[in-house]
Design a protein around this ligand. Structure first.
Ligand SMILES: Cc1cc2nc3c(=O)[nH]c(=O)nc-3n(C[C@H](O)[C@H](O)[C@H](O)COP(=O)(O)OP(=O)(O)OC[C@H]3O[C@@H](n4cnc5c(N)ncnc54)[C@H](O)[C@@H]3O)c2cc1C
Length: 368
């Protein structure tokens, strides 16, 4: 297949809060960013990112009455487009960061060359890996099993039904509480005897009459058939080592998220979970000219506002890099677009040909 080639100074992966904020900043800096964004149900990727699958966002500053997640992302997108961001809906499947321009290969047949790259590919829901969970036809995924209550909860398949939610963190409580709007009853199955969710969420959940907790219990299998959908789950009570078949008509897996970083394995430094490592005081990765922002590099805050904030930082870092101003790297060195490396102690500059010169102003010859 002949690849359609596109070359840009700034390419951004992802249109969640991080990617679109980076787009707003780089577009306003006249860098004509290209934002590439996947719409791929299998990998749970959606233009606008994770906020597209939620309802009310109450904690994003500037919206005193709250705003619906999709509406907020529509505003982000309109603002990025207003300043000239170009958006390409495409799934990046392969990437080569060995030299600049970096090369991005999409499923749709584009070869995108980028002088600087801002990765804002976010995170996706995690699965348990148990029998019955895989997507139809291998399992019941999509036929009574879901990882997104806000997307699927209102569907007739789950209305007025007995539903099981698996997990114990904020995601699980949020999803279980949301499902009580539609379901006959919701059972939250958690492998421990207490929740990891915030106190305020727990109090709300305990007061909800349609929500019941099954503690110290693990879901080992999802049962059912293609014709009937989900009919139950096999539960293992880990305190008593007892196994039971628990009847239910739908299962929601809500055990958290994993960063979308498969593409970068072997090319960028990551932590043990797969979150990209950045410099801390800049959004630089270990490859000069590649920056990361949002949930893809944040295992801790994982909020729209922090994603947007780091998107802004990555955009300013990319601008500085293109201006050949030094950008701090995770190693402590600083690197310019020309390939000059300033040592962590700021005493020396290593030029691209390997020559080492002093970085001390007083050692610069008189008259300079
Ligand atoms: C149910 C739910 C409710 C939430 N509620 C709130 C809330 O009330 N307040 C709050 O602050 N936060 C909330 N969050 C968290 C918030 O949504 C995230 O912190 C935020 O969306 C992270 O933004 P991001 O830009 O890093 O990535 P994401 O929003 O995850 O966006 C990632 C983007 O990358 C794209 N992408 C990924 N891989 C590729 C690829 N290979 N090729 C092309 N494109 C790709 C995707 O299509 C997507 O556009 C919620 C999250 C969930 C799941």
């Amino acid at each position: 297949m002949t690849l359609e080639k596109i070359h840009r100074e700034v390419v951004i992966i992802g249109s969640g809060p991080a990617g679109l904020t980076a787009a707003i900043y780089t577009a306003r800096a006249n860098l004509r960013p290209l934002l590439v964004d996947a719409n791929d149900a299998e990998h749970q990727l959606i233009p606008g990112g994770q906020l597209m699958i939620t309802t009310e966002v109450e904690n994003y500053p500037g919206f005193s009455k709250g705003i619906q997640g999709p509406e907020l992302m529509e505003e982000f997108r309109a603002q990025a487009l207003r300043f000239g961001t170009e958006i390409l809906e495409a799934m990046i499947e392969r990437i080569d960061l060995s030299e600049r321009p970096f090369k991005l290969y999409t499923r749709e047949g584009y070869l995108i060359e980028a002088e600087t790259l801002i990765i804002a590919s976010g995170a996706s829901a995690k699965w348990l890996g148990i029998p019955g969970e895989a997507k139809v036809p291998a399992g019941l995924g999509g036929n009574g099993v879901s990882a997104c209550a806000t997307c699927d909860g209102p569907l007739p398949a789950f209305r007025n039904k007995r539903l099981v939610v698996v997990g114990g963190g904020d995601t699980a409580i949020e999803e279980a509480t949301f499902l009580t709007r539609y379901a006959a009853h919701v059972f939250l199955v958690h492998r421990r005897d207490k929740l990891r969710a915030s106190k305020i969420m727990q109090d709300k959940a305990f007061a909800n009459e349609k929500l019941e907790f099954i503690w110290n219990t693990e879901v080992k299998e999802i049962l059912g058939t293609m014709e009937d959908g989900v009919t139950g789950v096999r539960l293992y009570k880990n305190k008593t080592q007892e196994e039971i078949i628990f009847p239910c008509e739908g299962v929601f897996i809500a055990i958290g998220h994993k960063p979308n970083t498969e593409l970068f394995k072997g090319q960028l430094e990551m932590d043990e979970v797969g979150y990209l490592k950045t410099a801390g005081h800049s959004m630089a990765t270990n490859v000069a000219g590649v920056f990361a922002a949002g949930d893809v590099q944040d295992n801790f805050y994982r909020q729209a506002i922090t994603a947007a904030g780091s998107g802004c930082m990555a955009a300013i870092d990319a601008e500085r890099f293109l201006d050949s101003l030094p950008v701090p790297m995770p190693s402590g060195e600083e690197v310019t677009m020309e390939g000059e490396v300033i040592t962590p102690d700021h005493k020396k500059i290593i030029l691209p040909d390997g020559e080492v010169i002093s970085n001390k102003a007083e050692e610069v010859s008189a008259g300079d």
